[in-house]
Design a protein around this ligand. Sequence first.
Ligand SMILES: [Zn+2]
Length: 138
Amino acid sequence: MDCIFCKIVSGEIPSSKIYEDEKVLAFLDINPANKGHCIVIPKEHYENIFDISDDALKEIIAAVKKTASAVNKAANCDGINILQNNNKAAGQLVSHIHFHIIPRFENDEVNFSYKPGKYLEGEINEMREKILVNITGN
Ligand SMILES: [Zn+2]
């Protein structure tokens, strides 16, 4: 499979690793939003949030917490964004699920802004109903 993150896991492509265990790898993004920007991935290839198993996700999110705590201290930042994009329209550039850990500073130039929208009368309930019928038990 021609996946850049699978190649990082295998070592075919080098990376600045900062955390690794049996299931998870974290490394510095070479094109950081701010210095200290890290990527956390499962070693196994899953495309996105829709196809990863709950167990694998739990392992990743625990590593995200561990990594974010270390980055927070190391970068001496004012905040941290944890970002996980699914599919191209949402900005997912590599089709191997990953979490971005982005250190933030007061008045930095990183921007994830959006213009808050509004629901017309009844729309929020319609949307709620559509989501409710798709919520699967856990
Ligand atoms: Zn992959």
